[in-house]
Design a protein around this ligand. Sequence first.
Ligand code: SF4
Length: 100
Amino acid sequence: MTNCSVCNEPSLPKKIVNFTKASVKHIFNGLENVPTSIEEERLFICTHCPFRSDEDNKLICTHKDCGCPIKQKIKWSSEECPIGLWSKYIEDKDLDKNVT
Ligand code: SF4
């Protein structure tokens, strides 16, 4: 797939606003990234999604509420899919403390 044929891709200014909001959320979330296994899981889902565009070899989520570069979006713990195919990643740090 090169162009998204089923969505209403956001304009460039809207993409910039959305990506800036995502970046600010990521900063306020302590710049936390997901484990590699979660990143791979998210990438698999995005790769098979009709909202994915790979125009100019850049993977972009073309959903009207997103427009972000997928390879960046899937790394950030604070990010979630706009249609609920994957969610924010919340590490259970209390659970880790109990493991000896
Ligand atoms: S973030 Fe969600 S809507 Fe966007 S490409 Fe990935 S799976 Fe599709």
